[in-house]
Design a protein around this ligand. Structure first.
Ligand SMILES: Nc1ncnc2c1ncn2[C@@H]1O[C@H](COP(=O)(O)OP(=O)(O)O)[C@@H](O)[C@H]1O
Ligand SMILES: [Mg+2]
Length: 265
């Protein structure tokens, strides 16, 4: 099916990488073939999956510069059904190096057009910026997931992001959809967390995923072991939340494929 989903929000620390890694791993566990593209020079998704980026022969940088074929950049991860295209700090250079290239926003779309059909889902972990790399991700994507942290100023900057998405729809990618807004780091004990959920649901209604990702310390520990939450602690709240999100995404995108996913995981 090859559905490409960018995980974007120019705010840092809202749960983009945590969502990219663990949603990708959860989809893999549910027997979907998944490719995760690390499009952040910080390379947190790569290291979080235990990939030593210094050893990777090529990655998102070479892909965006069209210096390597997508298949040369693929790395198999220890997580079932999950491949990764890793990132490296060199990726920052792309922002200036591509600036004068024709069709500079289409470099990623072009680079993955053949390989994406080999996967059910291709997730792109975006950097906390709305620069050229993120524009490439939004141009290559069928849809975007926007993580929103249940914290002070949760909606700050969201208008700018939605505007950028509108511009990409107008100029580069008319088919881009919003897959959903995802509430992250929810803490039921905090009044503020509950207020944010209420406010976001009031404003955005159906655009918000039913699944809410709770604050769970296991999610923040897993990356230092180079493991997704499903490998690190499959019974944790975090693992259950991301499996539920994967299930919700599959139900939304593959309505026929519901017979084995009726039970709540
Ligand atoms: N649901 C969660 N519960 C606890 N910690 C979380 C959760 N989601 C993310 N974190 C932690 O918050 C920090 C920021 O998350 P991250 O996914 O890296 O955000 P982003 O990619 O948007 O910058 C990281 O240290 C991460 O481990
Ligand atoms: Mg990140």
């Amino acid at each position: 099916m090859g559905k490409v989903i960018a995980i974007a929000n120019q705010k840092g620390g809202v749960g983009k990488t945590t969502t990219a890694v663990n949603l990708a791993a959860a989809l893999g566990v549910l027997e979907k073939k998944v490719l995760l593209i690390d499009a952040d020079p910080q390379a947190n998704a790569s290291s979080g999956l235990g990939i030593d980026i210094e050893q990777a022969p090529a990655g998102t940088y070479e892909l965006l510069e069209h210096e390597a074929e997508a298949k040369e950049t693929l790395i198999k991860t220890s997580s079932p059904n999950l491949d990764l295209i890793p990132s490296h700090i060199d990726l920052v250079g792309v922002e200036v190096e591509l600036v004068n290239k024709p069709k500079r926003e289409f470099m990623l779309k072009e680079a993955i057009k053949d390989i994406k059909e080999e996967y059910d889902y291709v997730l792109i972990d975006c950097a906390p910026s709305l620069g050229l790399i993120t524009l490439n991700a939004l141009t290559a994507a069928d849809s975007v997931i926007i993580p929103i942290q249940c914290e002070y100023f949760a909606l700050e900057g969201l208008g700018k992001l939605l505007n950028t998405i509108k511009n990409v729809q107008k100029i580069h990618n008319p088919d881009l959809n919003i897959e959903g807004l995802l509430l992250t780091m929810y803490d039921a004990r905090l009044k503020l967390s509950n207020q944010v959920v209420e406010e976001v649901k009031k404003h955005f209604g159906d655009m918000v995923f039913d699944t809410v990702i709770q604050r769970n310390v296991r999610l923040s520990e897993a990356p230092s072991f180079g493991e997704s939450i499903l490998e690190y602690d499959a019974t944790s709240k975090g693992a259950v939340n991301y499996l539920n999100l994967a299930d919700e995404l599959i139900r939304k995108n593959e309505p026929k494929d519901t017979d084995n996913t009726d039970e709540e995981v």
